[in-house]
Design a protein around this ligand. Sequence first.
Ligand code: CP
Length: 315
Amino acid sequence: MSEKQLSIKHLTGLEGVPADDIRLILNTADSFREILERPIKKVPTLTGVTVVNFFYEASTRTRLSFEMAEKRLNADVVNFSTSTSSAKKGETLKDTIRNIEAMKIDMVVIRHGHSGAPDYLARVTDAIILNAGDGCHEHPTQGLLDLLTMRQNLKKPFKDLRVVLVGDFRHSRVIRSNIWGLKALGASVAVCGPPSLIPAGATAFDIDIYDDLDEALKDADVVNVMRIQLERQEGGLIPSLREYNRTFGLTSERLKNTKKDLLIMHPGPINRGVEIDTDVADGPRSVILQQVTNGVAIRMASLVLLAPQKEAVAG
Ligand code: CP
């Protein structure tokens, strides 16, 4: 494993993370991908490190892949569930984390509905914080696994890559993490979506913005399609799901006018027939399940590179 170190202490977002840190995580994840192909997929790298997984919002891929990554690294793993905890009795996030910290933990993985919750924890605890998705802010390990998947499939450097992110920019933490990560590595980035779902201040991201998907996809090497977040729509932002599919859905008809080797990605969970049709999501250009596999490797790499150094104590 690499002797190099990250310049960041926590992974709460990709905004401001230097390109060298991103490359180090991707390179380390590549070596973990190799370990995941072995018959025994376990290494003792995090022996003696205790990781708590806090999931205040639903998750399948991120929660399971973090837990799998921790177990593959031989960490001690504790899972915190809001439905059976004193959060139900009104205990604050700060009190909850400080009480758990008093039990001597090292790292916290947190998914939370409020943007900024991971940064807040990083300020009020000594534990190392990894953001597993916070509100509409960022989802950095998703951004990193998307970068790794692009790097594995495309035969050109990021600086020559054109990536189109399609969907609900206003609510999407995945779009934000993709933008920061891609721009750090020099890629050309565009977002395409309904004007009602483009946030105020989007121009500050220094990206191209489209409301015509066919136009946006013309020169694209990668299209990363976002889920329409039905739970975060305030009403009236999109006319109907059928209309959304007609205007912004990735369909096989639409792919006829794109590059033949356009890479198709989606972070999941998928609304089939809304933002992407089933034949496209399951078709030959799709790497959606490869993204999921890469998720375990990226989370292993992030945990190892951020983990505190432990000295073995004799006797
Ligand atoms: N991509 C993603 O964050 O999926 P989950 O919500 O299932 O974790």
